[in-house]
Design a protein around this ligand. Structure first.
Ligand SMILES: [Zn+2]
Length: 306
């Protein structure tokens, strides 16, 4: 999932120094320090070592097997994709969690959510694994990553709105149309703007803003269901804020580069801010999936006309 302040141009493939960090390692296993890598890879000055650079496609795949400063970023989302493939087989393909879907549209909404998360995870893995090949590969993988984030957010919105507005279908259609439009425009805007200059803060701030817009249909849902006096509202409304809490921890780490900002070089391999961001995104996806299934099951037992 995208990171960094990146300047992409033809000269940016040049490393600042060719000297590898360690002398007695195979060429494909070389790791570089921050000063040695080209400008487009220098997104976080507080991560001092453990950089891969100039690898081939095969070299990048081999880098899955040795520790570098992208290992946790890559593996966290490989595991995330694997987990949602497992959810797909367990809940959708085998039908364990969804034996009595209200309508077939609900089935496809959950299916879409599962695939949007898998796409988001896979695009993120591609960016973190192959972005070090060249500035061109970096830009292409970053576009892919941004599209993946857009897909992930879209999946969360469509799944959440579709299931929770089960009893208010006109509003459901309105919100679904609006969010598809907003995310489509945001992704086009990002992908177009990548060639010049992208700062992580514009990057994340817009996606965070789009995510926060979910509070509006959330409040509307609260109002439509009669407010806090409704037990159904008491049960499900706080879950939206737990989702924001989980994402908030990751976004805060991302934007402030905490903890490595205060201890440069100490979190190069483990517990860096971008890794916290990755785990918070994965936790949010899992949380939203489980609550979506729970809410679907609730409407099976308590249909709208009852
Ligand atoms: Zn990432």
């Amino acid at each position: 999932m995208g990171q960094g302040q990146h300047i992409l141009n033809d000269k940016s493939d040049r490393p600042h120094s060719q000297k590898p960090q360690s002398k007695n390692v195979d060429k494909t296993h070389r790791l570089y320090s921050f000063e040695m890598i080209p400008e487009y890879l220098q997104s976080n000055p507080y991560i001092r070592t453990g950089y891969r650079y100039g690898l081939t496609f095969k070299g990048c795949l081999i880098s899955l097997l040795y520790l570098n400063n992208e290992s946790v970023n890559v593996w966290s989302h490989v595991i995330g994709a694997g987990l949602f493939i497992y959810f797909f087989f367990r809940d959708i393909y085998m039908g364990n969690a969804l034996p009595l879907l209200i309508s077939s549209v609900d089935y496809y909404v959950v299916l879409f959510y599962t695939f949007s998360v898998i796409i988001c995870m896979v695009c993120s893995v591609a960016f973190h694994l192959f972005g070090c090949m060249s500035s061109r590969a970096f830009a292409d993988c970053l576009k892919l990553d941004l599209c993946g984030i857009g897909f992930g957010i879209l999946g969360c919105y469509l799944c959440g709105i579709h299931i929770s507005f089960e009893c208010y279908r006109t509003w459901r259609l309105r919100y679904e149309t609006i969010i598809i439009g907003i995310i489509f425009i945001a992704v086009i805007y990002y992908v177009q703007g990548i060639k010049q200059y992208i700062t992580q803060n514009i990057h994340v701030t817009l996606f965070v803003t789009i995510s926060l817009l979910g509070i509006l249909p959330g409040l509307h849902w609260y109002y439509l269901h009669g407010g806090w006096s409704n037990q159904h509202v008491q049960e499900f409304f706080p879950k939206l804020f737990i989702l924001y809490g989980i994402l908030g921890i990751g976004a805060l780490a991302y934007l402030t580069k905490f903890p490595e900002r205060f201890f440069p070089g100490y979190f190069d391999i483990l517990l860096a801010s971008h890794q916290i961001w990755h785990f918070s995104v994965l936790a949010a996806f899992i949380w939203w999936y489980q609550n979506g299934i729970e809410l679907l099951q609730y409407y099976v037992i308590n249909p709208c006309n009852a």
